[in-house]
Write a new protein. Structure first.
Length: 296
């Protein structure tokens, strides 16, 4: 399962563009942790000791191994997700924000998200997303449920899954990208990916750029539908940054953030499309997740 989604945003013409999520900072101190989360941390530390691992993690792969064990030590986790998205042409800007609570079980893998999309004009729309057994179910406002394969790009864009970031980062390393770095800050370790401004055509095949491109594709299609021609070969990726923040001792995911800005050539200037998402770990989830009732 993947993470990011587009919600609804009205822009520049009768243009409808979709949205994703970013999050409020949480106190990372031990004193602020819920009891269940402290127990989960202790459980992971005991497991690591029991396996006789004495060397401290140092490389991105080491920290991903530790994160795998930490997140598998509990049946599930809850994340607070917030985000915003905007499309801007000259002085005209339209956007939307998103707030949701995401519950994610580990075995079996399943996800439930309940949130609200708010347009830049203050119009709110509730949204529910379930991912169970390889199928994604989406309900927006009062509309009927929609469902589709979780591998469908349109469905992938509806899901924020912080636990899946572990596999995503493994994919970055496997692809041979050397832009993943580890930065230790006190009791946290940040696995970071950053790109300097680049022509999209030069970096679009990099593993960590593909999610941003998947988010961009429906925006380009909607721009074209309004008569705004776009040349993919001239699009600039002005900014891309992704950070997976872990507890350096246990490997537990504390936060996951992703953001990007594209510059799309238009009429001698650029249309600016940006998105920022943040997912903060709220603690252990011990419930179960099933498909929404009454949906076939």
């Amino acid at each position: 399962m993947k993470r990011f989604r587009l919600g609804y945003l009205t822009a520049i013409a009768p243009l409808c563009v979709v949205l994703a999520g970013c999050g409020a900072e949480a106190d990372g101190s031990d004193a602020a942790k819920p009891t269940a989360t402290k127990q989960a941390d202790a459980k992971v530390q005991e497991k690591v000791k029991g396996e006789g691992k004495t060397s401290a993690p140092a490389t991105p792969a080491d920290f991903l191994d530790l994160a795998d064990k930490a997140m598998a030590a509990e049946p599930g986790w809850t994340f607070a997700v917030q985000g915003d998205e905007a499309l801007k042409l000259q002085e005209q800007e339209s956007g939307a924000s998103y707030d949701a609570t995401v519950s994610r079980t580990v075995k079996p893998e399943a996800l439930r998200s309940e949130g609200v999309i708010t347009s830049s004009k203050g119009v709110e729309k509730a949204e529910k997303v379930f991912v169970v057994g390889g199928t994604t179910y989406v309900k927006e406002g009062t509309a009927a449920w929609k469902k589709g394969a979780s591998t469908n790009p349109a469905m992938e864009n509806k899901v924020e899954d912080s636990v899946a970031a572990i596999d995503a980062y493994r994919g970055y390393l496997k692809a041979g990208n050397k832009d993943v770095t580890v930065v230790k800050k006190g009791d946290t370790a940040e696995l970071q990916v950053k790109l300097p401004p680049s022509a999209l055509k030069d970096v679009q095949d990099r593993a960590y750029v593909k999610t941003a491109v998947r988010e961009l594709d429906p925006v380009l299609a909607q721009l074209r539908s309004t008569g705004i021609a776009t040349s993919t070969s001239q699009i600039m990726l002005a900014r891309l940054n992704e950070t997976l923040t872990l507890d350096a001792r246990t490997g537990r995911i504390k936060a996951h953030r992703f953001g990007f800005t594209f510059l799309i050539p238009h009429d001698g200037g650029y249309i600016n499309y940006r998105q920022d998402v943040s997912e903060m770990n709220s603690g252990v989830f011990k419930g179960s997740i099933s498909p929404p009732a009454g949906v076939r």
